[in-house]
Design a protein around this ligand. Structure first.
Ligand code: TMP
Ligand code: MG
Length: 235
């Protein structure tokens, strides 16, 4: 059967704000693909079980503080340490459904205010205090340049209002509606990049409708990707 032999699997990423339903949909997609006879496995980032992942997990649970640039690099390192595994799985024909990837990395870090102030000299003498600039998208992308490029990035789109109807955010770092609104804007900027295969799915639909939409997109990309080499992200 062509689904089994000789072709690489597809790299499918699910992105979106918290409460958009990424984890549920990722699980359901893997299950549905397997029922159709595809080899499919789930993966998620951050993957908190490695040494780097434990550092990131403890940071997210607010059990530790890590300087902003440093934790950004740790999130990226957590992806890089899985690259050999990702490549091996894809090569052996397994389609990977990944819950968050480099896009989360960029969207979240670039939504942070840099702490601290900068003194700048005014035209008429003297100094004035100004906020340090935010993390640029450009800076945030660099550590992830060259990662395996997703064949498909599904963006589960939900308004902050819809998301808040689904119950409270958790208590981890970043789980506030103000921060999530900034994150949404950064995702929108990332989606302007036409070198990536972004597909926006309305996550306010029923769980079933969202699932069917993602499944259809995924089956199409599995067929398309199987004869193509895996690309390099942002390279
Ligand atoms: P999770 O709730 O899906 O486990 O994700 C944990 C949090 O980590 C979530 O708020 C998004 C954030 N995050 C980053 O800040 N950078 C990253 O690179 C990734 C993958 C997630
Ligand atoms: Mg979370």
């Amino acid at each position: 059967d062509w689904r089994m032999a000789g072709h690489r699997g597809a790299l499918i990423v699910l992105e979106g704000a918290d409460r958009a339903g990424k984890s549920t949909q990722a699980r359901r997609l893997v299950e549905a693909l397997r029922n159709q006879g595809y080899q499919a496995e789930g993966m998620r980032f951050p993957e908190r079980t490695t040494e780097i992942g434990r550092l990131v997990g403890s940071y997210l649970e607010k059990k530790s503080n890590i300087e902003d640039h440093t934790v950004h690099l740790l999130f990226s390192a957590n992806r890089w340490e899985h690259v050999p595994l990702i490549k091996e799985k894809l090569k052996s024909g397994i389609t990977l459904v990944v819950d968050r990837y480099a896009f989360s990395g960029v969207a979240f870090t670039s939504s942070k205010e840099v702490k601290g102030h900068l003194s700048v000299r005014c035209r008429h003498g003297g100094f004035k205090e100004t906020e340090l600039p935010n993390f640029s998208l450009h800076w945030c992308k660099q550590p992830d340049v060259g990662l395996p490029k997703p064949d498909l990035v599904v963006f589960l789109n939900i308004t902050p209002e819809e998301a808040s109807k689904r119950g409270d955010y958790g208590t981890e770092r970043y789980e506030t509606s103000d921060f999530q609104k900034k994150v949404q804007k950064r995702y929108a900027e990332l989606m302007d990049d036409k070198s990536l295969n972004w597909k926006v799915v309305d996550a306010a639909q029923s769980m079933e409708d969202v699932h069917n939409a993602i499944k259809q997109l995924s089956e199409a990309i599995i067929t398309e990707a199987r004869h193509q080499p895996v690309g390099k992200l942002w390279a």
